[in-house]
Design a protein around this ligand. Structure first.
Ligand SMILES: *Cc1c(COP(=O)(O)O)cnc(C)c1O
Length: 472
């Protein structure tokens, strides 16, 4: 492709992009594609000869788009938001154009220094103490793994990095029953072993019971285990429950246990002063993460990871082969030593673009709106006798179910499962589910970048109508 051809296609593609964003509501939110349908339309073998880019764009519309689930639709209420926004998309264009590998300071000083500053901005925006240093990780899963590995090395005097996981046998990690599956994955990968992940029961509001945490730790110490790390969740994936950080933190402090906080989605709410109660007890926190790539209008991937003592992280991950030796070593941040991969994208640019384009107030207004929509949806649900709300509405997630009078639990579970599929198959909205206390629960997340109260009201009308039609 010549520079002139590139320019022409790029201009056309920007039109395609703007058109998509304007029309994203017109697609079925959840792809209606059947397994293997797209695969069948793709050629068996790669082309021998160069093909015009126009052909690719045509196939994009005809083959690919029908197989896309539209996360950027304001009628997307499933899982969690994976928001983009125009400033983030524009930044991604710049990032891929520059195409820099940002593994060391020297491989692009601006990328390293912008990342350092963006992490300071974010740290201050969410109210973490000034001694935290930050780094962008690719995902909350990778960030939590990095925290577990660092805690493991700290508690064993960096022994397992040297001699292998055999000596990790007696380490223990703690999280609540409602913690994200990435914790279990991290514990598996770290060599600590899934059977050494202790899942602490939750209280009525689905947050970790700190009394039971303390008991579990005491019992483990008596039995000869070495507690390594506690992972508290701020905003669980199921219901956005907030684990009590202060109480958990004092248990950790008393027993000298690493405290990692997973605030993947809900961390964004900390930019609002009225949500800072969620991190009361922050003085006990050793590491903390949240995902601007979820609810802060920044395209995947962008996890903000903060750590009290960055030296421990670096000591856990550092490598220094001859070909990576630089003259600036030790004077600057070489972020390859702050996580698992060597290669790194220039992700700080997305944050810079998003934060500058929205401004702090713009971000706060949008987040407050999303939280208000969830509260209003809860009120709408509470007005209907045949529906019930199944968990406290803390931030932007409403857990509820259809529970018509005179039906037993089994019927209710199957009614709600059918309801969920029927709504999603309609293509008009997309919801996902969880199970709470044995009840099949619908989850509606009001966090998509462009969702309005109108979208929420329309979705609620559709849910009510579809549910009641199930019994006609
Ligand atoms: C979404 C989520 C994760 C996983 O996030 P990734 O960035 O996709 O790894 C972890 N923890 C919580 C609480 C989440 O909501």
């Amino acid at each position: 492709m010549t520079p002139d051809e590139f320019r022409k296609h790029a201009h056309e593609l920007v039109e395609w992009m703007a058109h998509y964003l304007e029309n994203v509501e017109n697609y079925p939110v959840k792809s209606q594609s059947k397994p293997g349908e797209i695969l069948k339309k793709l050629p068996e073998r790669p082309p021998l000869k160069a093909q015009p880019f126009e052909d690719l764009v045509k196939d994009l519309d005809e083959i690919i788009m029908p197989g896309i689930t539209h996360w950027q639709s304001p009628n997307f209420f499933a899982y969690f938001p994976a928001n983009s926004s125009p400033p983030s998309i524009l930044a991604e264009m710049i990032i891929s154009t520059i195409g820099a590998q940002c593994m060391n300071w020297e491989t692009s000083p601006a990328a390293a220094e912008l990342e350092e500053k963006m992490m300071v901005w974010l740290r201050d925006m969410i109210g973490l103490p000034g001694y935290f240093e930050g780094v962008i990780q690719d995902s909350a899963s990778a960030g939590t793994l990095a925290a577990i590995l660092t805690a493991r090395e700290k508690v064993t005097g960096f022994r397992i990095n040297e001699t292998g996981a055999a000596s990790a046998g007696n380490l223990r990690v703690y999280c609540s029953e409602q913690a994200h599956s990435s914790v279990e994955k991290g514990v598996k990968i770290s060599g600590i072993g899934k059977s050494n992940l202790v899942k602490i029961p939750v209280r009525k509001d689905f947050s970790m019971d700190p009394v039971l945490l303390e008991k579990a730790i005491e019992k483990d110490i008596e039995s000869g285990y070495l507690p390594c790390c506690v992972i508290a969740t701020i905003g669980t994936t199921g219901t956005t429950a907030v684990d009590p950080l202060k109480a958990i933190g004092s248990v950790c402090a008393k027993n000298k246990i690493w405290l990692h906080v997973d605030a993947a989605m809900a961390g964004t709410a900390l930019i609002l002063p009225e949500f800072r109660w969620m991190i009361e007890g922050k003085e006990h926190v050793d590491s903390f993460l949240f995902n601007p790539h979820k609810w802060m209008f920044t395209n995947f991937d962008c996890t903000a990871f903060f750590i009290k003592d960055a030296n421990l992280l670096i000591k856990t991950f550092e490598i220094l082969p001859e070909y990576l030796k630089t003259r600036t070593r030790g004077k600057v941040n070489d972020y390859r030593d702050w996580g698992i991969p060597l290669g790194r994208r220039f992700r700080a640019l997305k944050l810079w673009s998003v934060i500058r384009s929205f401004g702090m107030e713009g971000l706060q207004d949008r987040i407050r709106q999303h939280i208000r929509f969830a509260a209003e949806l809860k009120d709408m649900i509470l007005q209907e006798k045949d529906f019930e709300v199944l968990a406290p509405v803390v931030i932007n997630v409403v857990c509820f179910r259809y529970a018509p009078e005179g039906t037993d639990e089994m019927t209710r579970n199957s009614l709600n499962e059918i309801l969920n599929h029927r709504l999603n198959d309609s293509g008009k909205i997309y919801l996902s589910h969880t199970v709470l206390d044995g009840k099949y629960t619908l989850r509606m997340v009001t966090g998509q970048t462009n969702v309005t109260l109108e979208h929420v009201k329309k979705a609620w009308e559709l849910i009510k109508g579809t549910a009641r039609a199930l019994r006609d």
